[in-house]
Structure formats: C-alpha cells, structure tokens
Design a protein around this ligand. Structure first.
Ligand code: ZN
Length: 216
C-alpha cells in the first residue's frame, strides 16, 4: 500500500470510530435531537479532528523524509476557530424529511469536518514549507467531480485555494516535493472503468469549471 492510500485509510478509520460514537449516542439517548447534538458533537469533532491532524502531520513528515527533502520543517496545525456545528445541525434540521435522513446528513457533515482538519494540515504545510511546491489532490474518485479534479493532477500553490469537498468525500491532499514524488502521486490514481452518463459528466464539468474559476 502506498503512503497516500495508507493515510486516506487511517483517516477513514478515524471517521468510522467517530460515527460509531454518534450512533451509540443515538442508541443511548432516545430522540437525541438537536439539543443533545449541540452539546456533544463539538467534543467528538475536537477529539477526532485533532487525531486526524496528528495523523496528517506524521504523514507529512514521513513523506518529506522519504522524498529526501533537506532541512527541518514542523507541519502546520491550525485548529479551526469553530466546529460549525450550529450550522450543520440547522441545515440538517431544515433539509431532512425523516430521522434517518437527519442522521445521515449529520454523519456526513461530521465526516467532512474531521477530514478537513487533516486536509488543512497537508494543505497549509505544503504552502508554508519552503521546500514544497504546493499540494495535490489524492483519492479514489468515487464521484465524477472528484475524479475530474484528481485526474487534472494539478499542484496547488496558493493559500487561498480551499479544498473542494462534499460530505463523505474520501479525497485528501499530498504535498508536492519534487518531480519524482509528484509523478508518484499522479500514478496513484487509477481511474475506474465505470461509465458515466453524458448528463452527469456535463454537470460535473460545470461544477469543476466553477470551482476552478473561483479558486484558481
Ligand atoms: Zn472526493
């Protein structure tokens, strides 16, 4: 297994643990609605988010060493000012038509917040590290939007570029250190043979163009 895949798996395992904590909560507290979630979700996100940050920092340092990059660099760990739980709960409450859909929206939002903390460590470190030229997107391309972005194989160099993600998106970031390592990241992605409808393709193309237009 490549270090890129091992990293994405470690983060995914972490999310699985967080989700099982939340499911336990739903089992234990009958009708654990918005109030209980306001109380408990920030702790869950903090706990698993900081674990995601340290996994990402180790991954960054290991890749840096393996790529033979000179000098020392301490990965950048910035904890978000807010977990954004209020807006997640408000959104899920407004959108969901059933308890099941409410719960799945919450789980997706928690997943996104935890994984974002690992993406940010790689993204911010890759920009700040004088020996890195930026970051790249890694993933298995489960959806067409992500497939298209991964397939571009771009190295993002601006701090202003956010990581485009959606709930349950398993994509993450890799630092770009040198030509050899960059091409290793690019060959990491093997496109699935799954056929895509022309309509979906056009729609995703549009989303990708919009994202590129506003970020790059
Ligand atoms: Zn994705």
């Amino acid at each position: 297994m490549t270090p890129y895949e091992a990293f994405r798996r470690a983060i995914r395992d972490l999310v699985t643990l967080a989700e099982s904590d939340i499911r336990d909560l739903w089992r234990l507290v009958k009708d654990a609605g918005p109030d209980a979630l306001h109380e408990l979700l920030p702790d869950i996100i903090d706990t698993y988010g900081s674990a995601a940050q340290s996994i990402a920092a180790d991954y960054y340092e290991d890749l840096r060493e393996t790529a033979g990059v000179a000098g020392r660099f301490a990965p950048i760990i910035e904890t978000p000012a807010t977990t954004g739980i209020g807006s997640l709960i408000g959104w899920a409450t407004a959108e969901a038509a059933s308890t099941e859909s409410f719960q799945s929206l919450i789980l997706g939002g928690v997943q996104q917040r935890i994984v974002n903390q690992s993406r940010d460590v790689v993204r911010l470190s890759s920009i700040a590290d004088p020996r890195a030229s930026g970051w790249m997107r890694i993933g298995s391309g489960k959806c067409d939007f992500c497939t298209m972005l991964i397939r571009r194989g771009a190295v993002y160099t601006k701090k202003s570029v956010d990581f485009a993600s959606h709930p349950t998106c398993g994509c993450n970031a890799a630092p770009a250190f040198n030509a050899e390592q960059i091409s290793a990241v690019r060959t990491e992605f093997v496109e699935s043979a799954r056929r895509r409808s022309e309509e979906t393709k056009a729609e995703d193309n549009k989303r990708v163009r919009e994202w590129i237009a506003s970020n790059l």
